[in-house]
Design a protein around this ligand. Structure first.
Ligand code: UD1
Ligand code: CA
Length: 450
């Protein structure tokens, strides 16, 4: 079985400069929701693209075949553009703007199709408000035809069972039927829904899950669908041992994994393929994207992206962990600390007002408040290396490339431009002078002048 995803439509109703199918739900482009589900069912997947093909292509992995539909002449025409893909096996057709369809529903559809030997088996749903969808006309529990909204008479419009756009087809029969399509309808398009009149047996699977088959045509529907999906995902986490303090203000994408007894506090966003371990406290006011986080980790009011954090780490409030950050066990990163491409080994701390970029930090190092690694010389990035047990005094600037040895002490306020050998004290600042009684003398001088 192959999967063909239609995604060439302009998405006019989105009123957007970017193609509809790359608009995101829980930070994941709609087309990737469909593709990820398709990948669970087949390893032969093709997408029909048109509008914004260059943009959409960037979101697809190399194993996805692409067919171009140069003119948008309808869903039937879109499938015709992929006719080389329609060989002897069955083809499952999905729509790029129906993102939440599940593997299990599709499996039931495929099972029904295989058992019945139908020419096609389609997925339908009954909607309170069927406006905009193709209506299902049946005879003896088999599909007779589908009538699009624009072509429907008032008697047809009251039918509540509609086509979801999803169906599995015998490829050969589909190809033959497509050749017979004409654009003789209200929209002047080649409708995929008109192939059914050329089939003998079309099975119908009516799903009860309305969220799964929701299509997105405008930004109102995009927001509504995100809300429903979000609720569904959060519910699943809660039923699997994760505490979500305020589901109304929590956003978690479908590819996230979270261990039991982790608590997610309000206003928290967890996106991408993030993994969070057990017994963590995440949030409030935290955004985490593409991170791997161990057990017993606490992240408060912080931003973390492309970062790995091991067990018992504490981050925040107000930390920013940027790409390439790696924090080993028992590390503490505190308020107003930014890290990028930085490795912090076990037990080390940077608790206040610090920037660490392109830095390696050994074990049990203390980074004083206001420490800055000066990693950029205006042309390129340079590395800072700080060995185990060292102490960086507050408000120090470490001008990279620079290597601080083991058990080194850097005096507060230093500007360090040279490597420091193990067990040394380094001071890189003007020596302090105390001018005794200077203030008293100043005052008496000014009195004389009066
Ligand atoms: C379509 C169905 C309708 C169904 C509804 C479910 C047809 C004729 N109608 O209507 O019965 O109830 O979906 O959501 O099929 N596309 C192309 N090329 C085109 C036109 C569309 O690739 O020339 C793609 C779109 O990108 C989209 C999908 O096909 O992913 C559906 O197109 P859309 O225009 O949204 O169809 P609907 O009017 O919603
Ligand atoms: Ca649609």
């Amino acid at each position: 079985m192959k999967v063909l995803i239609l995604a060439a439509g302009q998405g006019k109703r989105m009123k957007s400069r970017v193609p509809k199918v790359v608009h995101r739900i829980l930070d994941k482009p709609m087309i990737n929701w469909v593709i990820d589900t398709a990948k669970k069912l087949s390893n032969e997947i093709a997408v029909v693209l048109g509008n914004g093909i260059d943009v959409v292509q960037n979101f697809l992995s190399n194993d996805i075949k692409i067919f171009e539909q140069k003119e948008r002449l309808g869903t039937g025409h879109a499938v015709m553009c992929a006719k080389d893909f329609l060989t002897d096996s069955d083809v499952l057709i999905l729509y790029g703007d129906v993102p939440y369809i599940s593997e299990s529903t599709l499996k039931s559809l495929l099972k029904m199709h295989a058992e019945s030997k139908n020419d096609a088996t389609i997925l339908t749903v009954e909607l309170e408000n069927p406006t905009g969808y193709g209506r299902i006309i049946k005879k003896n529990n088999k599909l007779l035809k589908i009538i699009e909204e624009q072509d429907a008479s008032p008697e047809i419009k009251i039918i509540k069972e509609v086509y979801t756009g999803i169906g599995v087809f015998n490829s050969q029969k589909l190809k033959n039927a497509l050749e017979k399509l004409t654009p003789n309808n209200a929209q002047g398009e080649y409708y995929l829904t008109e192939v059914f009149q050329y089939f003998e047996n079309v099975g119908i699977l009516k799903t009860e899950n309305k969220i799964e088959v929701c299509g997105v045509n405008d930004r109102v529907q995009l927001a509504e669908l995100e809300k429903s999906i979000r609720k569904d995902i959060l519910r699943n986490f809660m039923l699997n041992g994760v505490t979500i303090v305020d589901p109304d203000s929590t956003y978690i994408s479908p590819d996230v994994e979270i261990g039991i007894d982790t608590v997610i506090y309000p206003q928290t966003f967890v996106y991408g393929k993030t993994k969070i371990g057990e017994n963590c406290e995440i949030g409030p006011l935290t955004r985490i994207k593409e991170c791997i986080i161990g057990n017993n980790v606490k992240i408060t009011r912080s931003e973390c992206e492309l970062t790995q954090v091991m067990d018992n780490v504490s981050v925040g409030p107000f930390s920013r962990l940027r790409e390439g950050t790696f924090l080993e066990e028992n590390v503490k990163i505190g308020n107003f600390v930014e890290t990028k491409k930085t490795h912090v080994s076990k037990g080390s701390k940077a608790q206040h007002l610090t920037y660490l970029g392109d830095t390696y930090i050994g074990k049990d190092v203390n980074i004083g408040a206001g420490t800055i690694t000066c990693n950029y010389d205006g042309k390129k990035k340079n590395k800072t290396y700080i060995d185990d047990d060292s102490f960086i005094g507050s408000n120090s600037s470490l001008v990279a490339p620079v290597k601080i040895g083991k058990s080194v002490v850097i005096g507060a306020g230093s500007v360090i431009t040279q490597d420091v050998p193990d067990f040394s004290l380094a001071l890189g600042r003007a020596k302090q002078i105390n001018k005794l009684n200077w203030v008293k003398e100043k005052r008496s001088d000014s009195k004389k002048g009066e």
